[in-house]
Design a protein around this ligand. Structure first.
Ligand SMILES: C[C@@](O)(CCO)CC(=O)[O-]
Length: 316
């Protein structure tokens, strides 16, 4: 009996600290956001059509639009892998993640697609193979990705990540709540990565110093998370934002919400992900404070906010 349906799941991620510097071999720490989910379903069809249905597109795989080229390449690689050229199915992407906001939307889509195909064809999937396949999509959507996004959207645990490695689960004993806010402006990850590359060429000493400083802040953060040192955590997050500003990856929309958060009780606040639009987050000591700040950020222009306690886990 052939399977009628395959399902793959993933979730959003937030980079706590180490975006951009992770591309240059420094460590980063990222957290899964289990409440912001993405599900891919593959339903068998009686005919031989291979269709994709998502919020952007509804039609045959080979007609996917340019901004889904990475997804198309990944699906084609999976079709070849499973020699499923003759199979007819509809692949549905159901996502709660905002696109291009630094929350890992493209990586979450890739991870859930890979998982859905392996479920549909009833094959065992190792973590190594999952990340290798997801990278087919990420290489196209983000130029020179570190792999951090795919590793985190497929992990139940906060990760300490170094490029080229699988990522290590970290000890998290922090009692605090994170408020994430969307500037409403599309993040420009590719451009931001390119602009760090340019700065490294034009002013290598300056850029390298900020990149290495970010790496040191990440290592300090790991200890603060383990020892529940929330005030110190806030201080290093603010210092990381200063490095990211110096690397030219922040912008007015992010700086504005970060300033509002700092004036309204945040212990620390910074951008998250690629920057130049997208999302920022702030750390609050209490859940009540977090709810209050979320509404203030909305009044100050945030398009959407999410509240995430530090002790919640995602799906593996
Ligand atoms: C900016 C970056 O560090 C994070 C994007 O979410 C790029 C990457 O790690 O691939």
């Amino acid at each position: 009996m052939v399977k009628q349906q395959g399902i793959g799941k993933s979730h959003a991620k937030i980079i706590l600290i180490g975006e951009h510097s992770v591309v240059y071999g420094q460590p980063a720490i990222a957290l899964p956001l289990p409440n912001v989910k993405l599900t891919v379903t593959i339903d068998r069809r009686a005919d031989q059509l291979q269709l994709v249905n998502s919020r952007y597109f509804d039609g045959p795989v080979n007609e996917l639009p340019n901004n889904m080229l990475g997804v198309q390449k990944l699906i084609n690689a999976l079709i070849t892998k499973f020699t499923g050229q003759e199979d007819g199915w509809q692949l549905t992407i159901d996502s709660q993640l905002p696109a291009e906001r630094g929350m890992g939307s493209s990586a979450a889509t890739a991870v859930a697609i890979v998982r859905a195909f392996f479920d549909y064809y009833e094959k065992k999937l190792t973590r190594k193979e999952l990340l290798k396949l997801a990278d087919i999509e990420e290489q196209i959507t983000h130029r020179s990705p570190s792999g951090l996004d795919a590793a985190t959207v497929s992990s139940a645990n906060p990760l300490y990540y170094i490029k080229g490695q699988a990522g290590k689960a970290i000890e998290m004993n922090l009692s605090a709540t994170m408020v994430i806010a969307d500037t409403g402006i599309k993040g420009a990850t590719k451009e931001a990565i390119a602009s760090v590359q340019q700065l490294l060429k034009a002013q290598p000493d300056k850029a390298q110093a900020h990149i290495e400083h970010l790496g040191n802040l990440v290592n300090a953060t790991r200890d603060f998370l383990k020892n529940n040192e929330v005030i110190k955590l806030g201080t290093v997050l603010n210092a990381a934002q200063a490095d990211l500003q110096a690397l030219n990856v922040s912008d007015k929309s992010l700086d504005n919400l970060i300033t509002v958060a700092r004036h309204n009780g945040a212990l620390g606040a910074k951008l998250t992900g690629g920057g130049r639009g997208g999302c920022m987050f702030a750390i609050m000591q209490t859940a009540l404070g977090a709810r209050r700040l979320a509404s203030i950020l909305k009044e100050s222009g945030a398009k959407h906010t999410w509240i995430q306690p530090f002790d919640q886990r995602g799906e593996e």
